[in-house]
Ligand binder design. Structure first.
Ligand SMILES: N[C@@H](CCC(=O)N[C@@H](CS)C(=O)NCC(=O)O)C(=O)O
Length: 227
């Protein structure tokens, strides 16, 4: 593998997993080379295939040429290597355990279930919609009256969830519901996050563009399965 000094992120623009890494890098104020996979669903770049030979999925972070895969692992890696720059996880082990629990919940119940919303149809899609709305409400309860999930400071759980802002439109149009009505506090949280420089400068894609991309994918691959 070509030795890459410093940091490089391999990504594909609609990926919520890649967005998390971009926000974390921005929070930490780290410079990195951004490399977009041209058409990840059809063919992978040689660098991606070498960096993640097992799954060949984005995002991958290359640190001095060494690959780190999986968005949750990447964000935690950045926090461990640069602990003094905008710490993302709480300092105490119990706080960290809780944050990791919520990150896992978000991964499965929001983004995992979100895939089902636009890949399935009929009854199965309706079940996914109910599951998704339940998860939004659980997160509303966890956020409660706090500014961010960790309290006053934007942190790990916020970073893991914030890409949902770019995906709400797609989830809503396929699932036929309004997040504003089902989870108004989460909507307000999303707007608050969007005002942060780290989120604004991380190129979260336009929700309309994400929706168009998903429609294009569905047309191209009828009978898509969620996993
Ligand atoms: N759990 C992984 C999921 C990564 C993932 O699903 N990446 C998608 C893009 S969002 C991908 O590379 N898909 C191409 C493929 O599976 O061939 C993470 O959090 O990084």
């Amino acid at each position: 593998m070509a030795e890459t000094k410093g940091l490089m992120l391999l990504n594909f623009w609609p990926s919520p997993n890649g967005m998390r890494c971009r926000v974390a890098l921005a929070e930490k104020g780290l410079e990195y080379v951004y490399r977009e996979e041209e058409s990840i669903l059809e063919c992978k770049s040689r660098l991606l295939a070498k960096s993640d030979p097992v799954r060949m999925r984005v995002p991958v972070l290359l640190h001095d040429g060494k690959p780190v895969c999986e968005s949750l692992v990447i964000v935690q890696y950045l926090d461990e290597v640069w602990p003094d720059r905008a710490p993302l996880l709480p300092a105490d082990p119990y706080g960290r355990a809780k944050a990791r629990y919520w990150a896992d919940f978000i991964d499965k119940e929001i983004f995992g279930c979100g895939l089902k919303l636009w890949k399935l149809e009929g009854e199965k899609q309706e079940e996914a919609r109910d599951q998704f709305i339940r998860a939004l409400k659980v997160l509303e309860g966890e956020l409660d009256a706090k500014k961010y999930f960790g309290g006053d400071t934007f942190g790990f759980v916020d970073i893991i969830l914030v890409p949902v802002v770019a995906w709400y439109r797609t989830y809503e149009l396929f699932g036929i519901f309004r997040t504003e009505i089902q989870a108004p506090r989460l909507m307000a949280w999303g707007k608050r996050c969007m005002k942060r420089e780290s989120v604004a400068m991380s190129s979260l894609p336009d929700p309309h563009k994400v929706y168009e991309f998903v429609c294009f994918l569905r047309k191209k691959n009828p009978g898509l399965q969620p996993f």
